[in-house]
Write a protein that binds this ligand. Structure first.
Ligand code: SF4
Ligand code: SF4
Length: 192
């Protein structure tokens, strides 16, 4: 299980409260370059993206800087009564996180066993959307590692997603406007 680096998390919480701070892509590039002076590894293993940046980042589990909720679909085998205790739920089979962060994110990181975490958590910063795969731009691993690596990882993720039923594949895929895709994502040119 990945763990939160508490200092890094508190910095993110702090940054999240600075009024008027310009959090465009250059803001994040500067932030991540300062925090990660050496490249770290990201690999696809056993149906999960293992990302060595995560323990000192946790940006995507904590409070989001966008007012829009970020949906994280659950697979049929993950539907259980305690989901409401673990997640903010948009409906009975879709968890989400927002400016409060993810309910499952505790002081030591994610408190859920991997099998109960939304599939999105094991794919991020690769995101299925609009019948393809995209990279979330502001993740440090995206900004600091070569695109060629992500294109290869995208193929591995696409192969994994092909093992899901078409219904589950559709359920986990985000509906994003072309403007949102252009603003926050990089296409991996990989069809689903
Ligand atoms: S933003 Fe990227 S590096 Fe940071 S926790 Fe999320 S996946 Fe890991
Ligand atoms: S379920 Fe766990 S890994 Fe996924 S967003 Fe929530 S805290 Fe992070």
């Amino acid at each position: 299980m990945r763990r939160v680096h508490t200092q890094a998390l508190s910095e993110l919480l702090f940054f999240g409260t600075v009024p008027g701070m310009n959090k465009d892509i250059r803001y994040y590039l500067q932030l991540w370059r300062k925090r990660f002076s050496q490249p770290r590894a990201v690999r696809w293993h056993d149906g999960w993206l293992e990302n060595d940046y995560c323990p000192d980042c946790r940006y995507c589990c904590g409070p989001q800087d966008s007012p829009e909720p970020y949906p994280m679909a659950l697979l049929p085998e993950q539907l259980r009564p305690q989901n409401c205790e673990d997640f903010y739920m948009a409906d009975s089979h879709t968890a989400y996180l927002d400016q409060r962060g993810c309910k499952a994110c505790g002081s030591s990181g994610c408190r859920l066993e991997r099998r109960w975490r939304p599939l999105a958590c094991g794919l991020f910063p690769i995101v299925p959307a609009s019948n393809g795969l995209y990279l979330y731009k502001t993740c440090p691993a995206v900004l600091l590692l070569p695109l060629a690596l992500w294109l290869d990882l995208g193929l591995a993720v696409a192969r994994h997603l092909q093992t899901l039923s078409p219904k589950s594949r559709q359920h986990i895929s985000l509906c994003l406007t072309p403007e949102k895709l252009a603003d926050s994502f990089i296409s991996l040119h990989t069809a689903l």
